[in-house]
Unconditional design. Structure first.
Lengths: 307, 441
């Protein structure tokens, strides 16, 4: 494994190795002096064509904790120049001899194409509605930490699955580790079918929550109202919003995840976000840094390959 | 057609397998060409130059009725010289050019200019389609009759479907007074939206915006109803969905003057190719590549004749334009130089079709659809044909192409059949893979 483009590209062993490594990284994060010199002398480029302070900061911190120099590229351009700017950026990366590229782009497939054009590791930090593999990894780590295992769990993903790169990475990772996945949301916002016997598609939230051990709540975009996916945010809340009452249908120990930032009172109620017993949302932020350290360590640092 | 470009030499193609879909006859023998025409074997006056046809098929006058040669105005993508050369290299004697150029071919003078330019180049008959509406703007009918008088053989707002039902009715009713059909790119753009590939399991997995098959089907159902209302001549371009085929079947069952074509890429590939080629825009075409279940229905409809013709929808773009992220790249691939081999691979290998039936779809059928006459291989008829090695199996190598555009989902794919020569009016347009560009710029 040279690049991280999609979670589905990883074997079960590779996934588990990254999760184990991330668990070790969490120990480092909790030390008073966090720096470890594994990536000293390495340069990692954060190339974000789409604004995302949270993910960019998380990668930056992960790189710095490992001793790498992290360079942030403000890559943007008019839509006409998009392509030229994009591949010019690739050429710049090559010329600057950075050791790895972390890329976020609004168009599906760009990180994969960059990986094909560069001979250094490329890490996908989110491409359109395709994949967000480090988010998928941090969700897996959060579930494993809190519930002790992933195999055999029933995980319900609620909301705009169709436009969600987080959902795609979650689904691939969860299936690889033996979980069952339920997708639920307004019919226009969930895929018509998914080619796996372990994925089931629902429109009724109560049915999809019944007995679930994990609920991943996706952020609902206001634009979906204009495009006809949903009539209004308040109607969405009443039918697919995650409330304490709705969670009563799920497993008694149900764990709630959200990739953030939350629209409180729309897709999730504050009473759920702030319930420390059920909500793992705070863990997700810390775990985000840990999994990104693990990924950088494996792809850029340790020569001992994962295979 | 035009005497000044007729070949003066005499040629004898010996021991060749003639596949003549125009007369539904196949035989082994010699074929004599002189003074630009097929000649009676006994009639040889001069000593003809002999060309061995052993192991080859001779197929009269292949016509690709759906190509974009981009001229006037978009010569950075393709021009009439490179497009003609690509057609000759691909085995075609004639092409119908789509009018979505810049400016749009919507007046007789532009039709005349394209024909004259095509003749000057002399590699292939350039048969223009004129626009249905002025500037393909979908507001007012263009001068269809005047364009037909200038040589247009069909009418299309290809790429920009005639959305307005009232205007489509007007176009179809007017077409009842013309020889050429209204060629509709059937797509309800409010349904296709920002979609860039077929909406289905693969688009769901990749996260790319999808186009439902129904975006095509609902438009074809509307159009066949309007064809019934008007007795107009409707030709459905690049049909790709079972729903559209049901509409075409309904139309034919009711005796309407409705015909349809399919592209080689819809017969060959499925939407899985988008995933296989990992977001490479060489799979981005409109209509999009469809799932296997659709492809099977298309194959059977092509075999049965419900789909009358096969046309390449050669839609070249500059490499820089195509070298964009999937969602930003333009629709269209360069496909004149893979069409024959792709069709032979699917038709002979996968469908076990008889070559006479298969090749009707690229010869006699498009002539019939466009109201053009050609007799096939009979003495006195224009000597237009391709020589094809039906048993060659070669990987597709765009490095050998004549089109300016090299974007293809077939890159490296081994296909059956190779066009080895193309003759137009008794002159070789291409031999052994080389287009004879003498006199070209
Ligand atoms: Zn079209």
């Amino acid at each position: 494994m040279r690049d991280l483009i999609a979670l589905g590209d990883l074997s079960r062993a590779q996934l588990e190795d990254l999760l184990d490594l991330a668990a070790a990284m969490k120990e480092i994060i909790r030390r008073p002096v966090k720096k470890v010199p594994t990536l000293r002398g390495k340069a990692v480029a954060n190339v974000f064509f789409e604004a995302s302070t949270r993910t960019r900061n998380s990668f930056e911190l992960a790189g710095k904790y490992l001793g790498a120099d992290v360079i942030n590229f403000q890559a943007r351009g008019s839509s006409v120049e998009k392509g030229e700017t994009l591949w010019d950026t690739v050429r710049t990366m090559r010329a600057m001899r950075v050791d790895a590229v972390i890329v976020r782009h609004q168009a599906e497939g760009v990180p994969g194409e960059m990986a094909a054009r560069l001979d250094i590791p490329v890490i996908n930090a989110g491409d359109g509605a395709h994949q967000h593999p480090t988010q998928g990894l941090l969700d897996l780590l959060t579930i494993r930490d809190r519930l002790g295992h992933i195999a055999g769990l029933t995980v319900t993903i609620v909301g705009d699955v169709l436009h969600s790169r987080v959902a795609r990475s979650d689904i691939e990772g969860l299936l690889q580790l033996g979980a069952k996945v339920r997708l639920v949301g307004p019919p226009a916002l969930i895929p018509g079918r998914w080619d796996s016997p372990h994925v089931r598609i629902y429109t009724d939230l109560a049915e999809a929550l019944a007995g679930a051990q994990v609920v991943q709540v996706l952020r609902i975009q206001r634009e979906r109202q204009a495009s006809g996916g949903i009539p209004s945010l308040r109607e969405y809340h009443d039918r697919w919003g995650i409330t304490p009452a709705g969670l009563g249908l799920a497993d008694a120990e149900v764990l709630v995840l959200h990739p953030g930032p939350q629209n409180r009172g729309v897709e999730i109620d504050s009473a759920v976000v702030d319930d420390p017993k059920r909500s793992a949302i705070q863990d997700q932020v810390e775990n985000g840094v840990a999994v990104r350290m693990a990924v950088l360590y494996r792809l850029v640092g340790g020569k001992e390959a994962m295979e | 057609m035009n005497g000044e470009r007729e070949g003066s030499g005499w040629w004898k193609i010996t021991d060749v397998r003639v596949i003549d879909p125009y007369r539904q006859r196949a035989w082994q023998g010699d074929v004599l060409v002189g003074q630009g025409r097929f000649q009676d074997l006994a009639a040889s006056a001069d000593a003809p130059e002999s060309v061995s046809g052993r192991g080859l098929w001779l197929v009269p006058r292949l016509l690709d009725m759906h190509v974009h040669l981009r001229s006037p105005g978009q010569e950075w993508k393709e021009d009439l010289a490179s497009g003609s050369a690509a057609a000759a290299h691909g085995g075609f004697a004639a092409v119908m050019t789509m009018p979505n150029t810049d400016p749009v071919v919507d007046v007789p003078s532009l039709v005349s200019w394209q024909i004259a330019e095509g003749r000057r180049i002399g590699l292939v008959d350039v048969l223009p389609a004129g626009a249905v509406t002025k500037a393909s703007g979908g507001q007012e009918l263009a001068e269809l009759w005047k364009m037909e008088k200038a040589g247009a053989v069909g009418f299309s707002d290809d790429g920009r479907p005639v959305a307005d039902g009232g205007l489509m009715r007007a176009a179809l009713s007017y077409s009842a007074t013309l020889a050429g059909p209204i060629v509709q790119h059937a797509e309800d753009v409010t349904l296709s939206g920002r979609g860039v590939m077929h909406e289905g399991e693969v688009s769901g997995r990749l996260g790319l915006a999808g186009v439902p098959g129904e975006a095509e089907a609902v438009m074809v159902w509307r159009d066949v109803q309007l064809a019934a209302l008007t007795d107009g001549r409707l030709h459905v371009a690049h049909v790709s969905t079972p729903g559209a085929l049901e509409a075409i079947q309904w139309a034919k069952a009711h005796g309407l003057r409705v015909t349809a074509e399919v592209t080689p890429h819809h017969l060959f590939f499925t939407d899985e190719r988008v995933a296989e080629l990992a977001f490479s825009p060489v799979t981005k075409v409109n209509p999009p590549l469809r799932p296997e279940s659709y492809r099977q229905v298309l194959l059977q409809a092509m075999k049965s004749g419900l789909i009358d013709a096969i046309a390449s929808d050669h839609a070249p773009h500059h490499a820089d334009e195509k070298d964009l992220p999937y969602k930003d790249a333009p629709f269209g691939i360069s496909s004149l130089e893979t069409a024959v081999a792709a069709v032979l691979t699917v038709g002979l290998d996968e469908l076990a079709m008889d070559p006479l039936t298969l090749l009707v779809r690229m010869t006699a059928a498009p002539h019939r659809i466009l109201g053009l006459s050609y007799q096939g291989l009979v003495p006195g008829e224009s000597a237009d044909f391709a020589l094809i090695d039906p048993d060659a199996r070669l990987p597709v190598d765009p490095g050998k192409w004549y089109s300016q555009a090299r974007e293809t989902p077939w890159q490296g794919v081994a296909l059956r059949g190779q066009v080895v020569a193309t003759m137009l009016r008794g002159r070789w347009a291409m031999r052994e893979g080389e287009v004879l560009t003498c006199g070209l710029r």
